[in-house]
Design a protein around this ligand. Structure first.
Ligand code: SF4
Ligand code: SF4
Length: 669
């Protein structure tokens, strides 16, 4: 009992075997290094990035804290991956500490520290093994839809399991061949050693070599299997743009086009170095595909496969569009569900829109979306209507126009941005009228642009016509400057996102509010009444461009009187509100809500593309909303309303209403 707890390094190994061990490890690390260098050479063929990464912040948030892993698949995939990750990390740190102790003059691997080290490594190692077994069973018996069952998937898990189990058996062999009073500090290894009984030093050495060969093999195959994400996810999360927003696509300048001789991305090497690196970080978990509305509706687009297809391009001539298929590229709604779900920060929407830009430049866009772009160019309206039509919705409404107010020397507080849909589409016009009426009721000083308003260019940008978008943006910004606009209010989440997140790229900085945010504020300040709804009477369809892309999930519920802006708390589903009101009305929430909402299929220019009736994302969404049993589906986006209207079944009696209309009924009717 007087013996100080510690571990003998290279127990029972003769000098020549220790030398052989060093040679083997050096060779495997060299092979690993060569493979990493080959991948770095591939990444370096891409374009330089323009941002300054937050290396430590990226690693802390997305690797060490596993932030994205935790928020997706919270019931199965996340706990399993956390067990594997933290178990593996602990075993890696334990091995590193052992090596430091061996090669440094300071021998700290003893006493109470050693006993604690042994216990922690044992328990976390058990967690690692449980996690790997869980992953194996999950893949075999209750596999999520987008997980594959290819042989390399199983080899990867079997290799990890062999590493974990052989580590415990080796520990047990050491205790059986060379027992000590403090062996109980590693309870798992100790229990196995009691079961094995005494063994010879030769048997221990033989098993030691087996484990060492496994470790060496593991190091050499990391870059060849999906295990590569262990390394490359560290690089990609560290090197990501810390200021990247889901709602802002990167601008393209004429100088870029002159320098590169191309618009957008044609071949793989046209992507940025970071985007190329991020492809290698893919862990093939399929989270992106599980949430993709296009894939769920049966379309060819599969974001996980898209990443693999681009990564798999081997030569410099194959175009991204041919590797992925043009049909898949056009199927994307830019809903960003994949980006939100991806644990390693892959930006699928960038990959897709960059490729679309090249297709548009090469005149590869045809059909109704191409017609829309031509009409937008000539009429400045995505509906293709003459600008005089933009004031039709105002008939009988007495709407203040910015030009009239300016002529009289009067000012306004807020500019109401109506948007093409809000001015032209019959149902969206109801929302616009309801909003204007609510603003008057609340005494807000506002104005509209009328015929001076043009499309924000959102659809053009997401379809891939960057310069048409920029033309629209610059003209609108000039109009805002003319009237000294500081605050914008819009009922369209697509306009909201573009004005808020993309116009600042062209020096158009404004306070931009979605109408639900403004109405929520008026309700909370008592200037408007919340509607008196019955529990379960209403369900909410959260628009992607409001909830997921801009993080607004409260305003819709506050405006309907089901929540207040106090008493927030966090759940894995995103930001939610605790029972904050005395008698809050219960919204009949659908399965996909808040930041995890399910896309209606309108974004990314899909609104303007032909859709076969049996592949409509809106049908899936409608069916989910219908299952809530609500009588009314509250929407907050004119595009969602159009798509859900098209996706609903003919005989249904459920009403589709914008939140502005519902609040209007409570205040003005
Ligand atoms: S943005 Fe939406 S539609 Fe496009 S690939 Fe991602 S999940 Fe699918
Ligand atoms: S792209 Fe991201 S979410 Fe999709 S499979 Fe790869 S790691 Fe998973």
């Amino acid at each position: 009992m007087n013996e100080v707890p510690t571990r003998t390094e290279f127990l029972f190994l003769p000098a020549w075997q220790i030398a052989a061990f060093y040679l083997l490890m050096a060779a495997s690390v060299l092979i690993l290094g060569i493979q990493i260098a080959q991948r770095i050479r591939v990444w370096m063929r891409g374009e330089k990035v323009s941002w300054t990464p937050d290396y430590l912040g990226g690693i802390a948030k997305f690797v060490l804290a596993q932030r994205k892993v935790k928020s997706s698949r919270p019931k199965s995939g996340a706990p399993m991956h956390l067990l594997i990750f933290y178990g593996f990390l602990t075993l890696f740190l334990a091995t590193t500490l052992l090596a430091i102790n061996t090669y440094s003059p300071w021998k700290f691997h003893k006493g109470a520290y050693y006993l604690t080290y042994e216990w922690i490594a044992d328990v976390m190692g058990l967690g690692f093994v449980i996690g790997v077994v869980w992953a194996l069973f999950r893949r075999l018996f209750w596999r999520p839809r987008a997980l594959t069952q290819a042989p390399p998937d199983y080899w990867t898990l079997i290799l990890l399991l062999a590493l974990g189990v052989s580590g415990f058996v080796l520990e047990a062999f050491r205790m059986s061949a060379n027992p000590h009073w403090f062996d109980t500090s590693a309870p798992i290894g100790y229990a196995i050693s009691r079961w094995i009984g005494t063994i010879s030093p030769q048997a221990y050495v033989a098993f030691w070599w087996f484990h060492v060969f496994l470790v060496a093999g593991f190091l050499m195959v990391i870059p060849r299997l999906r295990l590569r994400h262990i390394l490359f996810a560290i690089f990609s999360t560290a090197g990501a743009d810390p200021n990247a927003k889901m709602g802002a696509l990167a601008p393209l300048s004429i100088e870029d086009v002159e320098r590169t001789g191309r618009i957008g991305v044609s071949v793989k090497n046209d992507y940025s170095r970071w985007h190329l690196m991020s492809l290698d970080a893919c862990m093939e978990c399929g989270r992106c595909t599980e949430v993709c509305p296009a894939n769920l509706a049966g379309k060819i687009l599969n974001p996980k496969k898209l990443v693999q297809d681009i990564r798999g391009i081997r030569d410099s001539e194959t175009t991204v569009a041919s590797a992925v298929s043009e049909e898949a590229l056009w199927a994307c709604t830019t809903c960003n569900a994949c980006v939100e779900a991806c644990p390693v920060l892959i930006r699928h929407v960038d990959l897709i829109v960059d490729a679309r830009r090249s297709l548009v430049a090469d005149n590869r866009l045809a059909g109704s979306a191409a017609t829309m772009l031509r009409q937008l160019q000539s009429t400045e309206s995505s509906w293709g209507t003459p600008s005089a039509e933009r004031e039709k919705w105002m008939e009988g409404c007495d709407v203040p126009l910015a030009r009239d107010l300016a002529a009289r020397g009067e000012t306004f507080e807020v500019l109401v941005w109506v948007g093409c849909a809000g001015a032209i589409d019959a149902n969206a016009m109801k929302t616009t009228r309801a909003l204007v009426s609510l603003l008057k009721k609340a005494g807000v000083k506002f104005a509209c642009l009328g015929i001076e308003e043009r499309c924000t260019g959102d659809s053009a940008r997401r379809i891939g016509d960057e310069f048409l978008f920029q033309q629209m943006a610059q003209q609108n910004i000039e109009t805002f400057e003319k009237y000294g606009v500081k605050k914008l209010l819009t009922a369209c989440p697509h306009c909201f996102n573009t004005l808020k997140n993309e116009y600042p790229q062209f020096r158009g900085e404004y306070e931009v509010m979605h109408h639900t945010q403004f109405i929520a504020r008026l309700v909370e300040s008592g200037r408007l009444r919340a509607p008196k709804l019955r529990n379960g009477e209403v369900t909410i369809h959260d628009p992607c461009y409001l909830a997921r892309i801009n993080g607004e999930v409260d305003a819709q519920r506050i405006a309907l009187g089901s929540a207040s802006s106090e008493n927030r708390y966090e759940t894995p589903m995103g930001k939610w509100l605790n029972e904050p009101l005395e008698n809050p009305v219960r919204i009949a929430e659908p399965e996909h809500r808040g930041v995890k909402t399910l896309c209606c299929g309108a974004g990314g220019g899909r609104m303007w593309m032909e859709e076969s009736a049996d592949e409509r994302p809106s049908t899936n969404r409608w069916n989910e909303l219908k299952q809530t049993g609500a009588e009314t589906v509250a929407v907050a986006c004119p595009f969602c309303r159009i798509m859900l209207d098209a996706g609903k079944d003919a005989e249904n009696l459920i009403r589709l209403k914008d939140i502005a209309e519902i609040v209007h009924e409570a205040n003005c009717d």
